[in-house]
Ligand binder design. Structure first.
Ligand code: F6P
Length: 326
């Protein structure tokens, strides 16, 4: 029989994402509602190793639902990769009597949680907090909707100036290994080309399509490229300038503005639902899973499966881009 959980810790790890605060709020308030003690662990696994851990109250999470970033701060801990670091972290949790953990982060953070829960008797629940949306087992991740709307807003503005000058704009969006932000923001802004890490770019084909557009005087072109695509924005612009020197080209790298800002309603709602579900998992003994939402229902994936799978980008999406961008 699984041990009853009475004191839980919550932490954020990896890159922050808008909606993390709404999620922390949900974990804290649901935990307290069910009679648990809830502890904040600052700066991700680093705070666990350094014993930066304090008990929270319901009002510790007042007035944060609308704020980007994370009140718990976040970090990527190298020490946690080592057994010694994880042991130190475990001893600190034990000192506070913490017997359950909620980890808010991306796949790297889940990997840490999975290793930790295999080695020590602390059940972990993962919650997908990443703007990249690259985790299988959930339709959405906390922060993606906000990030993609920030990108759409910026690209719409770029289109105005691109149109005024008849220019080609290359917009680089975030996503070191994932093209979801590029794909969604590119489709939503009518980009002519979307380049993502998951699909090998045919540069000859790209140049050919730009040449053809130049021939028929289609002068406004937007290319949305994910930062993790083979070239990225700057190198791509150089390549295009070399092949099509007459084409006026500019590059805009949106960067970290996509990670900050007020979370959208959608992100706040999924964050609240997931935070609530994480606490229920700990109470009900559904341990070492990550909580996602699939077809609008809560979905639970064992952490050891979650770290192996990536969300796949369907070929149909790429076809839609090609057909609509004529
Ligand atoms: O959190 C994911 C992400 O935003 C990626 O899209 C991006 O490549 C990376 O984090 C950037 O990380 P950092 O903020 O450490 O530069």
């Amino acid at each position: 029989m699984k041990k009853k959980v009475t004191k839980i810790g919550v932490l954020c790890s990896g890159g922050d994402s808008p909606g993390m605060n709404a999620c922390i709020r949900a974990v804290v308030r649901t935990g307290i509602y069910y009679g648990l003690d809830v502890y904040k662990i600052m700066r991700g696994y680093t705070g666990m190793i350094e014993d930066d851990i304090q008990q929270m109250e319901s009002r510790s999470v007042a007035n944060i639902i609308q704020r980007g970033g994370t009140i718990l701060k976040t970090a990527r801990s190298k020490e946690f990769y080592e057994y010694e670091g994880r042991k130190k972290a475990y001893e600190n949790l034990k000192k506070h009597g913490i017997d359950g953990l909620v980890v808010l982060g991306g796949d790297g953070s889940f990997r840490g949680a999975q290793t930790f829960s295999n080695e020590f008797d602390i059940p972990c629940i993962g919650l997908p907090g990443t703007i990249d949306k690259d985790i299988a087992g959930t339709d959405f991740t906390i922060g993606f909707d906000t990030a993609v709307n920030t990108a759409v807003d910026a690209i719409d503005k770029i289109r105005d100036t691109a149109d005024a000058h008849d220019r080609l704009f290359i917009i680089e969006v975030m996503g070191r290994d994932a093209g979801y932000i590029a794909l969604h923001s590119g489709i939503a802004t009518g980009a002519e080309n979307i380049l993502i890490p998951e699909k090998k770019t045919d540069y000859d084909d790209l140049i050919e399509s730009l040449t053809e557009k130049e021939r028929r005087k289609k002068l406004v072109n937007l290319i949305v490229v994910a930062e993790g695509e083979q070239t990225g924005g700057v190198q791509l612009a150089n390549l295009i300038k070399e092949k099509l020197p007459l084409m006026e080209t500019r590059v805009c790298i949106l960067g970290h503005i996509q990670r900050g800002g007020t979370p959208t309603c959608f992100d706040r709602v999924i964050a609240s639902r997931m935070g609530y579900a994480a606490v229920e998992c700990l109470i009900e003994g559904r341990h070492n899973v990550f909580v996602g939402i699939v077809n609008n229902k809560m979905n639970y994936t064992p952490l050891n499966e979650a770290v192996k799978k990536k969300q796949r980008i369907s070929e149909e999406w790429m076809k839609i881009v090609k057909i609509l961008a004529t």
